[in-house]
Ligand binder design. Structure first.
Ligand code: SF4
Length: 357
């Protein structure tokens, strides 16, 4: 392990002093209920506090306990999540609630190892739940804490590399105090969110500035080092917007599988170099349509493991009598904006609005 140029035990007292005066007053901090803390931690993954607060209250009003969550259909959870993004979180939340009820009798486990058995709960989220709900000593390493540690210890390699990951967890473990873990965990999260921010960290307001190695060597703006973007494949599809007097045909994906339970427009996949219009025929045939569709644009969206490029066509119809709509629904634009359309088709919707057809 690398030598540490200060006493790790000095970090927590500085943070706790600062937290007492400057910590944020957030709704999930008024409780030790593991269900509420777990919900807030999942909602906060890759999402800002400001975006989460209303969703958190709305979710708890409709689904106040882990038992209620386990009992509702997945579609209800997806609908409550609409607009928050990263919908795999909603699917995992639902699956994890069932596990808590069926395997743990409705009681959340307290230790990090068992918490990690819950879908969507990685080591850092497990640490946060364990520390915040049960005051157990458990290090965390979310995005904010990762940035703080990269700077505090002046880590000179991309923070997602295997070696860096191991080193960062060791440092997080070393600076986590044996007592008052609840407040310490909130404090280090707040420091990353309010002071040690991605661009232009506020070092003159930072309780760790005397310990911080990045600050000492003027490296605050250079650290963490940039991660090299990973290569992902590109997939192609044709999307057909069937427009009946301003209402569009949309369907819900099956609950199981990728983007399960989310909404989308009729679509068919396309091979690279294939003519989109040849594939449109398949969609026309599925819905009993005739004539031509107008191309209104294209869009692309990046998922974690592939990029999806969409060729977008629109077909206006005046008469519904020959259209095979199956389990699909006709929805106006205002409603489409509020349902849980998956990310690629949110962009399709934006293209539709831009096209003015
Ligand atoms: S001194 Fe600056 S770079 Fe270092 S932890 Fe504080 S805010 Fe971040």
């Amino acid at each position: 392990m690398t030598n540490i140029p200060f006493f790790p035990a000095d970090v927590a007292p500085c943070l706790l002093d600062w937290y007492g005066q400057s910590g944020r007053d957030l709704p999930w901090r008024k409780t030790r209920d593991p269900y509420r803390i777990w919900l807030s931690e999942i909602m906060l993954q890759q999402t800002t506090v400001t975006a989460v607060i209303d969703y958190y209250h709305r979710f708890l009003t409709k689904i106040p306990t882990v038992e209620t969550l386990a009992a509702v259909p997945l579609e209800d959870v997806i609908d409550l999540w609409a607009g928050l993004g990263y919908y795999s979180r909603a699917r995992n939340l639902h699956a994890a609630a069932k596990l808590v009820v069926e395997q743990f009798g409705g009681c959340f486990p307290e230790d990090v190892e068992t918490l990690q058995q819950l879908p969507g709960v990685g080591r850092s989220t497990a640490g946060a739940i364990s520390a915040l709900a049960f005051d157990r000593r458990a290090p965390i390493l979310d995005g904010n804490v990762r940035r703080v540690l990269c700077r505090l210890f002046a880590l000179q390699e991309p923070p997602r590399s295997t070696a860096a990951e191991k080193q960062l967890w060791q440092w997080s473990e070393q600076i986590t105090p044996a007592e008052n873990v609840h407040d310490y965990t909130q404090a280090i999260m707040d420091l990353g969110a309010m002071v040690c921010v991605p661009r232009k960290p506020l070092c003159d307001k930072c309780p760790l500035s005397e310990l911080c190695q990045a600050h000492k060597f003027g490296l605050e703006q250079q650290l963490p080092l940039k991660q090299v973007a990973k290569q992902i494949p590109t997939r192609h599809e044709v999307v057909l917007l069937i427009d009946h007097r301003g209402r569009y045909l949309a369907r819900r994906r099956l609950a199981e599988g990728f983007l399960g339970g989310m909404w989308e427009f009729p679509t068919v996949s396309l091979l690279e170099g294939e003519d989109p219009e040849s594939k449109l025929c398949l969609l026309f045939s599925d819905f009993g349509l005739e004539g031509a569709a107008k191309q209104i644009g294209h869009s692309q969206h990046v998922y974690s493991h592939f990029r999806l490029k969409s060729e977008i066509y629109c077909k206006k119809i005046a008469d519904l009598s020959h259209v095979a709509e199956g389990n699909n629904r006709w929805l106006p634009l205002a409603e489409l904006k509020n349902i849980a359309l998956h990310g690629a088709h949110k962009k399709v919707l934006i293209e539709l609005q831009k096209s003015g057809v």
